[in-house]
Design a protein around this ligand. Structure first.
Ligand SMILES: [Zn+2]
Length: 271
């Protein structure tokens, strides 16, 4: 009798001891190591400092691999003069730093150039959403607070320039401004998808810091003609369009792990 029960006992013991690492929430999909490294490097660089408008909220872990190690609740962005957001939102450190840079380096100068006044509110449609890319098995960068969907910019005089209406607006200043800020975002973010990249991005610029193969960037606005005065060329560089066979793929659990390099063709979906 003992000889029959013994293996069952050993199995039960092993299962209970190993349970922490093999089963349950402890053993669920993990965020890729580079995400923690990027957060830590960003925090130690001093690029983002906690303040009344950028408040640390502690680790958000799960469901699944979703979340971030040391995220912030952000109500205003921009280094010198923070610009309020229409709604406070959760962002990881690299996303705060990149958006700060973009607003300071590109958006405010472009607003002054095209409208003669600054942006006083950045309007977004969200940063954190624990989900896959629509129509894809890959997790969205939004699942890691590593992406922001910018939908518009409120100017000092109260006027709002919206991606939805401004991108193809007869008002050349709106269309040019949006193309300028979208095109130049490729310098601060690794993925930029605008209205020309597909039906899912008609009303916002999707900006994220995904880690693409070989350090490449995926920047797509669409096939609209370059407006006079716009800085659109970088938005459509040929080298930002690449094919499946140029992509490296690293091992992970399809659809669950998040360290697999994604096919940029998926940019046609809602990211
Ligand atoms: Zn998005």
């Amino acid at each position: 009798m003992k000889r029959i029960l013994y293996p069952a006992f050993v199995f039960a013991l092993a299962a209970s001891v190993g349970g922490c690492s093999l089963f349950g929430s402890w053993g669920g999909p993990k965020r890729a190591a580079w995400r923690s490294q990027a957060e830590n490097a960003c925090l130690s660089s001093g690029a983002v400092r906690p303040s009344a408008v950028v408040r640390p909220i502690g680790e958000v872990d799960g469901p699944g691999a979703c979340g971030a190690d040391r995220p912030f609740k952000v109500s205003a962005l921009g280094r010198e003069t923070p610009i309020p957001l229409n709604e406070q939102t959760a962002m990881n450190c690299p996303l705060v730093a990149a958006t700060d840079n973009w607003l300071e380096r590109v958006v405010q100068p472009a607003a002054e150039a095209f409208f003669g006044q600054p942006v006083v509110e950045v309007q977004h449609m969200g940063t954190y959403s624990c989900r896959r890319i629509a129509g894809s098995r890959y997790m969205s960068e939004h699942a890691y607070m590593n992406a922001i969907d910018v939908s518009g910019f409120k100017l000092a005089d109260g006027r709002t320039v919206r991606v939805k209406t401004g991108w193809r607006s007869a008002d050349a200043s709106e269309a040019s401004f949006l193309r300028a800020v979208g095109g130049s975002a490729c310098d601060d973010f690794t993925t930029v998808l605008g209205p020309g990249s597909g039906a899912a991005h008609q009303d916002h610029l999707h900006l994220d810091l995904a880690r693409h193969s070989k350090g490449r960037r995926v920047c797509r606005g669409g096939d609209e003609p370059v407006p006079e005065g716009g800085r659109l060329l970088s938005f459509f560089k040929d080298d930002t369009i690449f094919k499946d066979d140029q992509l490296d793929r690293t091992g992970s659990i399809p659809g669950d792990g998040d360290d697999e390099i994604r096919d940029p063709e998926e940019g046609i979906y809602d990211k």
